[in-house]
Ligand binder design. Structure first.
Ligand SMILES: [Zn+2]
Length: 211
């Protein structure tokens, strides 16, 4: 209910809400602090899941994953991308760190071009185009993701200084541009499948990913 929501002091966050969320991860029950955020743009929503170990130092630098939502990968474990494996690897790191956060961004679907454009691009990839050229062919940006909401969430959480779990240098730069201090880029290593080999190779060759 919107009436129960906490009105945020951060300008571009319209409203937010908070609860305790029990989850099962790798056979263990974990209790996470869950915060949902609504940006001023109706499409910009995010879920932040925060894990804090009882013995975490007060000045602990959080390990943060800013994860772009992927319906096909995250939910249905599509083999066309490595989103599911990255999310699982990130959850493992975050929930075993003294202080860890996953910021999940559903509106980043298809690197920000949306679900329908992503599926159109997949169809073109089946005809031989790589992920970058497929986006060019349908007139969509190669990467339309923005990180202003993520940065504002980190400020709202009192985390202006982070260790970032990512292979993507552009994500580090984007958060830095929003005023977040990224003291370390921590790589997320996943195993390639038969289907996502070319997707991963394109990330490495054309998008400067460190994988
Ligand atoms: Zn994906």
């Amino acid at each position: 209910m919107k009436s129960n929501a906490v009105k945020s002091v951060v300008l571009d966050i319209d409203w937010s809400a908070q609860t305790i969320l029990p989850i099962e991860f790798e056979g263990r029950e974990l209790t996470l602090d869950a915060r949902a955020y609504q940006g001023v743009d109706p499409a910009s929503q995010a879920l932040a899941l925060i894990h804090r170990a009882p013995d975490a130092a007060a000045n602990e630098t959080p390990l943060v994953r800013v994860h772009s939502g992927c319906v096909t990968g995250d939910i249905f474990h599509s083999l066309k991308c490595d989103c599911y494996q990255q999310l699982q690897a990130a959850m493992k790191r975050v929930t075993t760190a003294p202080l860890g956060v996953v910021i999940y961004l559903p509106y980043h679907e298809g690197r920000g071009i949306g679900l329908v454009n992503k599926i159109r691009a997949y169809a073109l990839q089946d005809q031989g185009l790589d992920t970058v050229d497929a986006n060019i062919e349908i007139g969509a940006p190669i990467d339309a993701r923005e990180y202003d909401l993520s940065a504002q969430i980190l400020f709202d959480l009192g985390m202006p200084e982070i260790r970032l779990l990512t292979n993507n240098p552009a994500k580090v730069e984007a958060l830095k541009a929003q005023g977040i201090k990224v003291v370390e880029q921590v790589p997320v290593v996943t195993e390639p499948s038969l289907y996502n080999k070319r997707y991963l190779e394109t990330k490495r060759a054309r998008m400067a990913h460190k994988i």
